[in-house]
Design a protein around this ligand. Structure first.
Ligand SMILES: C[S@@+](CC[C@H](N)C(=O)[O-])C[C@H]1O[C@@H](n2cnc3c(N)ncnc32)[C@H](O)[C@@H]1O
Length: 216
């Protein structure tokens, strides 16, 4: 593969930009990430009255699935993503749920969250943390905005990501799970637990990292 194509992919999986970047990223994310998202949401334990944050929602498939869990209650979903084209893609997917205030999408960076302290019952992100510029700062911010005894769920297809790394598509990412876990613990999270799982339909492997914001 030509090096400029590899560079194009590496840049756009981290922060999709421009017409071609966003077209490529949107379609690639929907095609390849939906099974992980479908396997992640049940692990998050979202209740109808929960206030929930998804970081790096991409085209919005995760928010669309999570929505079913808060639809009948007072709960609300927030999403933050660094990429303007991903905001547009998720906005068209989630449509009326945005106008009726059930979902709010914000363009921003996880290292500087535009939310008050102690706001969320659940935080989740799928195939995402390795693109953050500063894991320590991000973990501190996530801890700050989470309520006492709330939970964060991180999932990742480690083998797929490592394969992408070997092929040069992770030039702008750091998929070091141990480093991520140590930043999460340093930020104050407790009961940080890494589990290996397999997806329901395909049996494909993924890892899940649970972390509790006890805030005692
Ligand atoms: C590989 S995609 C995964 C998208 C979605 N979670 C999925 O599984 O389809 C990573 C997403 O994280 C977003 N992202 C990357 N760095 C970010 C950051 N620092 N803060 C917020 N979002 C970020 C990207 O724009 C992109 O939408």
């Amino acid at each position: 593969m030509a090096s400029y194509i590899r560079e194009f992919i590496a840049r756009n999986v981290r922060n999709p930009q421009g017409y071609f970047g966003s077209w490529f990223a949107k379609n690639a994310f929907i095609k390849s990430n939906t099974p992980l998202i479908e396997n992640t949401i049940p692990l998050v334990g979202i209740q109808p009255d929960h206030v929930v944050l998804e970081v790096g929602f991409g085209p919005g498939v995760g928010l669309e699935i999570a929505l079913k869990h808060v639809q009948q209650g007072l709960g609300k979903l927030y999403g933050i993503d660094i990429s303007e084209p991903m905001i547009q893609a998720a906005t068209s997917r989630l449509g009326s749920n945005i106008t009726n205030q059930k979902v709010e999408l914000i363009q921003g960076d996880v290292v500087n969250l535009p939310f008050e302290d102690n706001m969320f019952d659940r935080v989740y992100h799928t195939n995402c943390f390795y693109f953050w510029s500063d894991h320590e700062k991000a973990a501190k911010e996530l801890y700050r905005v989470m309520k006492k005894d709330s939970m964060m769920v991180t999932t990742m297809e480690k083998e797929r990501v490592e394969d992408a790394q070997r092929r040069g598509f992770m030039k702008y990412g750091n998929p070091d799970v141990d480093n991520y876990v140590s930043c999460v613990e340093k930020a104050g999270f407790s009961n940080v637990k890494v589990e290996n799982k397999c997806m329901e339909k395909s049996d494909a492997p993924f890892i899940v990292i649970y972390a509790t914001a006890k805030k005692e």
